[in-house]
Design a protein around this ligand. Structure first.
Ligand SMILES: Nc1ncnc2c1ncn2[C@@H]1O[C@H](COP(=O)(O)OP(=O)(O)OP(=O)(O)O)[C@@H](O)[C@H]1O
Length: 249
């Protein structure tokens, strides 16, 4: 494997994965990512959409540095701190929510920061309970608080709102936007939900089936906080016409 991380040379996030393979149970290598090139704009929200099993989680893990066995290079600013919100909240069940957040928080994270973050995510009254007392929606909020407490400049979110009822998912998307807009962070989010993608993305990236690569990068220029439900529907219908295979109603 040839992994290079020329950290901080460009000040941008520049991803160039020639190939990422897994070895199957039969010992045969399976290519999951191939010829994947993507530039992520600092402080933007990049949303990745692609077919099931195409390699989205694998890509996030490679980007986070959790998986370093690939051919290619990933260039990002030297001081990049990465926050990762996994599909499952992954809170430590034997620690109260507050402790889960404190354990990963950045050094300068104060009680005042904790209160501000908990207020922003509407979990102020849940800080002193254990994770197994939380609904999935609340656990996701706690996981989001934990991700932001690291004060990441690169926040990776793997289907953060999947398996939630729509009103809860919608509230959480708005909370994510509020917290993200308040502390500009480069974010990369994976979703299967096209309306969610249109609501959140500055750049919407369509991915090919496995071995995955970028099919299309679609900028959405209207600021997220100006996107009304009608506008989201309009952008969605337009994309449905232009990319019928990638967007389904
Ligand atoms: N550790 C592993 N070893 C072998 N194969 C793996 C491993 N992890 C994932 N895979 C395979 O790699 C492919 C891509 O998996 P990945 O989880 O990255 O896809 P995904 O696009 O995130 O999927 P989904 O849309 O279902 O969340 C799948 O075929 C999966 O079975």
């Amino acid at each position: 494997m040839n992994v290079t991380r020329p950290v901080g040379e460009t000040g941008r996030f520049e991803i160039d994965i020639a190939e990422k393979t897994y070895t199957g149970a039969d010992g045969v290598p399976v290519s999951v990512i191939r010829d994947f090139h993507l530039q992520i704009k600092p402080q933007s929200m990049t949303v990745l959409m692609g077919p099931s099993g195409c390699g989205k989680t694998t890509f996030l893990r490679v980007l986070a540095g959790l998986d370093q066995s690939f051919d290619g290079s990933i260039d990002m600013p030297a001081d990049t701190r990465i926050g990762f919100m996994f599909q499952e909240p992954r809170l430590l069940p034997w620690r109260k929510v507050r402790k889960n957040i404190e354990l990963v928080a950045d050094e300068g994270f104060t009680e005042e920061d904790m209160v501000l973050l908990a207020d922003a995510l509407n979990i102020a009254d849940k800080l002193d309970v254990y994770p197994n007392e939380l609904s999935l929606g609340l656990a996701r909020r706690a996981a989001l608080a934990r991700a932001f407490a690291t004060r990441p400049n690169l926040l990776l979110l793997d289907e953060p709102f999947v398996s939630l009822d729509e009103p809860t998912a919608d509230r959480l998307r708005r909370l994510l936007l509020e917290v993200w807009e308040a502390r500009p962070t480069t974010a990369v989010l994976v979703t299967h939900n096209p309306r969610e993608a249109v609501m959140l993305a500055d750049e919407l990236v369509l991915l090919a089936p496995r071995p995955t690569h970028v099919l299309e990068t679609i900028p959405i220029d209207v600021p997220q906080n100006e996107r009304t439900p009608a506008m989201i529907e309009e952008i969605f219908s337009d994309l449905l016409k232009r990319y019928p295979e990638n967007f389904t109603g």
